[in-house]
Design a protein around this ligand. Structure first.
Ligand code: ZN
Length: 468
């Protein structure tokens, strides 16, 4: 996609530009400029027709702000300089003609490859990247993004470059003498509150999508309530959901959604409500009473294909064929699958332990410990004493130590006693900080009321009948 000014206009503008250039170089002040503009008469119509382009030209010509382009006076005849006729100028190429172009970033493109293809000098490419040295935005450009750039047609010099990152963000490099100035621009979408409801007959996803709820929103919803409801096993016909969330608009067009503000899920007659609230610890979901929706631990610290060995205190060991308790659960997963910290805590061990191979142990406080074994390797920062947060990737699945295939051996200990990680009752995360609770409670009450006032009459009727 290449955008060019119409050739005819370019030529005419070249003429004017050439004149201006000469005037700028040769003449000391405004008055003399006016005196010499008489020979521009032939081009006056063009100036009117291409007002917009001239304005652009003014912007691009560094000293143009001091030139009264609109006050050219054809009546002044005291020309003291010998200026060539416009016709002669049109034929000469001019240094002040600019070409705007646009290229799409393709897979495998780098800034230098892309711009070199467009005829930009290595020197200019270097200067632009120098302006981006700290932020490295240009190094991270991705296929599908667009680069708009302007060159001086005569010299080929790059004058401006803009990388359009997405519909909202762009970064611009503007030439200033021998270097480029970098500026970022962001558009802010309009955020409006929206409401959705769904009755569940098959599954959260089937019925959610049928009710016009985007899949990403359904995933978020499943994450919010996933601590209490197993969406694969617990769902019953007659369950229902409703939620208030943010929709984002740009130029009147919906471009996506923001956060879920509040949501309600009724599962098997039991009502769960979650409200998003920002505390000093970050934004989280809480019950209307201020209890954390999330638990202090995620149930399964790895995306696994199957449980290859259950928690079993009286198991026959697969290699030694002797009675050996299996004090954890084995999650079979491909070698290299990330292993997450089950909860916030501090790493108390990261290294080799005989049959366990590479092991990480996390101390979570209050007597809780988790252990991860047979790891292929650790992620950066996984070392004794390091603090981790729930969900941080700490290591990767492997089969180090005594293992018959790649899997994660996972143990959950409370005060030194091994518990079954699959069934152990997980403690709730810390409740809302006391300082925030005072403001949160009335807010929660109001949001829950807004949510239930948003219910459609039939939906409200159904909920009412459930309660009877
Ligand atoms: Zn095991």
């Amino acid at each position: 996609m290449i955008k060019l000014l119409p050739t005819k206009h370019l030529l005419l503008i070249s003429g004017i530009s050439a004149l201006l250039a000469i005037v700028l170089i040769a003449l000391p002040d405004e008055e003399t400029i006016d005196n010499n503009l008489i020979s521009l008469e032939a081009n006056f119509e063009v100036i009117d027709q291409s007002q917009l382009m001239l304005q652009d030209l003014q912007k691009l010509t560094p000293k143009s702000s001091t030139i009264p382009l609109t006050t050219f006076s054809p009546n002044n005849t005291n020309s003291t300089y010998d200026i060539p006729a416009p016709d002669a100028l049109v034929k000469k190429s001019s240094p002040a003609t600019f070409k705007e172009q646009s290229v799409e970033v393709k897979s495998g493109d780098s800034l230098s490859k892309l711009l070199a293809n467009e005829g930009i000098s290595a020197q200019d490419i270097y200067k632009v990247s120098l302006a981006d040295k700290k932020q490295k935005t240009l190094l991270q450009m991705r296929p599908g993004q667009t680069i708009n750039f302007t060159t001086n047609e005569a010299s080929g010099e790059l004058t401006q470059l803009t990388l359009i990152l997405n519909r909202l963000d762009s970064v611009t490099f503007e030439r200033n003498d021998d270097k480029f100035n970098r500026t970022e621009a962001s558009r802010t979408p309009e955020v409006v509150q929206a409401y959705k409801e769904a009755e569940i007959n098959n599954s959260l996803f089937v019925d959610g999508l049928r009710s016009g709820i985007d899949q990403p929103l359904l995933i978020e919803l499943a994450n919010i309530f996933g601590w209490d409801i197993d969406f694969a096993l617990d769902i019953r016909k007659g369950d229902s959901l409703s939620m208030l969330y943010e929709e984002k608009y740009l130029d009147g067009e919906k471009i996506g959604h923001g956060n879920i503000i509040a949501a309600q899920f009724i599962n098997n007659g039991r009502t769960y409500q979650a409200i998003r609230y920002q505390t000093e610890k970050g934004a989280n979901y809480y019950t209307p009473d201020g209890l954390a929706m999330r638990k202090a631990f995620i149930r399964t610290p790895v995306d696994f294909t199957r449980i290859s060995s259950k928690f079993n205190p009286n198991r026959l060991h697969p290699i030694f064929k002797t009675s050996r308790p299996h004090r954890g659960v084995d999650y079979a997963a491909a070698s290299g699958t990330p292993v997450k910290a089950a909860g916030d805590g501090k790493i108390s061990f990261a290294g080799k332990q005989n049959g366990y191979g590479n092991v990480v142990i996390i101390d979570h406080g209050k007597g809780y410990q988790t252990l991860y074994a047979h790891l292929k390797g650790f992620s950066k920062g996984t070392k004794r004493g390091a603090r981790v947060q729930q969900g941080n990737i700490i290591a990767y699945v492997g089969q180090t130590g005594w293992a018959t295939g790649p899997h994660l051996h996972y143990e959950f200990r409370i005060n030194g006693t091994h518990k079954n990680p699959v069934t152990v009752k997980l403690p709730n995360d810390d409740p809302m900080p006391k300082n925030d609770l005072k403001n949160y409670l009335p807010y929660a009450k109001q949001v829950v009321a807004t949510l239930s006032n948003s219910h459609s009459p039939s939906f409200a009727q159904k909920l009412a009948s459930l309660k009877e």
